[in-house]
Design a protein around this ligand. Sequence first.
Ligand code: BG6
Length: 483
Amino acid sequence: GPVHTADLVVFGGTGDLSMRKLLPALYHCDRDGRLSPETRVIAMSRGGLADADFRGKVDAEVRDSVPVDDPAVWQRFLGRLHHVSVDVGAANHPGWHHLAELLAPHEERDRVFYLASPPRTFGPFCRELAEAGLVTPRSRVVLEKPLGHDLPSAQRINDEVGAIFDERQIFRIDHYLGKETVQNLLVLRFANAFLEPIWNSLWIDHVQITAAETVGTPGRRGYYDHAGALRDMVQNHLLQLLTLTAMEPPARNDREAIRDEKVKVLQALRPIVGTEADRFTVRGQYVGAGDLPGYLDEPGSTPPTESSRRVETFTAIRAEIRNWRWAGVPFYLRTGKRMPYRRSEIVVQFKDVPHSIFPGGSPNRLVLRLQPEEGIELHLMAKEPGAGEVTLKPVPMALSFGKTFTARVPEAYERLLTDVLAGNPTLFMRRDEVEAAWRWIDPILDAWRATPALPEPYPAGTTGPAGAHELLGRSGRAWHEEE
Ligand code: BG6
């Protein structure tokens, strides 16, 4: 469709997220013709850079990570970039005046204020933007994670931002929603007829949602000590995958219809309270193994403290959804750093055949892989060729997006930035969603805080502590591992 001209103002504009994800994604949008010729990107930071310095920095640090097949397009992209210096909490900082001068001649444009700065700056930056008279009816604000560290802090941020912007102007990012397979999950479920009749507790035994990473947390201790896997990955990414897997079919492909159904799933999660956390949750922390350092030995700007010893770098949870469709079907969630592979997937395990006439065999599984190679696999039982006794073997019926579609799979941020620029909030979290997610997470955090026990150690490069295997093993189930 036609692309609007917008001024995109990025707070934290020279930070890690901006340099590694946002600017490369914007370049791709530019290259694919999804930015209007006048669209500008204004990076805000404390850096005191001139436009030319910032362009030089992007040229030096971003160019090699993107495909520059036409140098003219790269120059056009650099030409969109500006830099303004501000500091949070400094309402009369000259930067606000400078920003106003840049924006004022284009009052009629869409304005997007992208807060890729720490969450404590969200409220103050919004207030200062309003005081500087920069918030127009055509303005939107994008909030990066983490959106608070518990329900009260999330509500405070939502109140502060909500005092300046209407809910329809607020775009809360969860970059997992921009991943291609995640959107494909909705298409798979709601554009194919055969799945819906079996998508329930009559046919499905359980669901596993895994986000395994090989990376550790080098240099991130300052953040990670106070986050941990539950806040960093489960509250947002894994719960979003759970809602899309479990939601009822919406009546329309429309922003509110889809988000209404998602929030109902979060509200139906059975709370895990007090000592139940011992049975339904597992915490782990990686320790050094081979060449890999343990969490406490990761090089970091700060030495380890008591919080470092208590923080989980791995968690596994048995969640339950209390409604007609899902009663009795566990949703196992698992995420960890320094696991043996990088793999994010949703595994739907169907029930076993009611009566087996062949030896061996295992239940059908539907695997939706988000990464590394995006695809969908349905594991069916087949007969191994041979004249002897029948031997069963699971064979995947596989759809590989990379092999089926030749177009490049866009990065999550490309899709999300395109949607923000177009004003489409469907793939962003609504206030009630974020708060419902925290409402379920908070009691688990409380239970973990209340126990003197430390997270279970697991050697770096392994699939997590023994407890994670027992969580499923107790009911005769096992995590889906590479065969
Ligand atoms: C971020 C977390 O939100 O997601 C990181 O803060 C994590 O700790 C990252 O590594 C994972 O994203 P992806 O897209 O690589 O799965």
